[in-house]
Write a protein that binds this ligand. Sequence first.
Ligand SMILES: [Cu+2]
Length: 298
Amino acid sequence: MGMRLVKNGFWSLIALAMSWPALAETTALGVPTAWGTGLQASGGPIMTAIHDFNELVFWIMVAITIFVGVLLAWVVFRYNERRNPVPSQTSHHTGLEIAWTVVPVLILIVIAIPSFRLIYYQDRTAEADMTINVQGRQWYWNYSYPDHGGFAFDSRPVPTEDLQPGQMRNLAVDEPLVVPAGRNIRVISTGVDVIHSFFVPSLGVQRYSIPGRSIETWFRADRPGSFYGQCNQICGVNHWFMPIEVRAIPPAEFDAWVASARTRYAAAGAPAPVVAAAPAAPALATASDAPISIAQAR
Ligand SMILES: [Cu+2]
């Protein structure tokens, strides 16, 4: 029984190790895929760093699993009742006890150093090319561009019946967050009513949007394309209604888009609130707002 377990474990481990690089590569850029098991393909430097860290931890796990598996197999083989009828009565071994305390600590340090480095790398960028204010609202996103005149717009999902060919169901939005490819984008996120979370896996971005707080992060899309995500903080009845589409376009096209967007969104609505200038008071959801949002969303 023990032997069979070890053997099955061994073969599934080999299978996992062999399929791992393939798993990481199979996902298309910026989208989840059916039956995908690995991380989404990287669209920028933060996600690449996450991939590297994930790989480091993965191989440490493989080494530990093989070590423990081999040890277990050896004990089962060599120290079973038949081969070793008189067991050792040893109950303490100072050298061994120090080793099995120190070695795991060293392994944790090896994991902790790149882990903290990654956390600080994701945290903010010293060289931001532009800033975008992201507001999570019940239940849609609002994006504003303080460096480009402060225009703002809402972003909502495309209803399934209106999907155009090539649009992703429950991920495509009417107004994507347009950014220039290859530029460092500083994101300042806040929540208007409840806690939301701005999450774009292929760009390695995940930040809470909390009422009354401005939380900074950044991302860079290394090439043009669409990168999809979702609010991933359960934020209410229409939580699913908050997909995120980041559309990275070449910088020259971005300038043209800004020029048209400024007139388009200026005509469309009110001036954008500049979130970077710390909101005076948290805008908590009140009983009077909530039913309106629910009614609109439905
Ligand atoms: Cu949300």
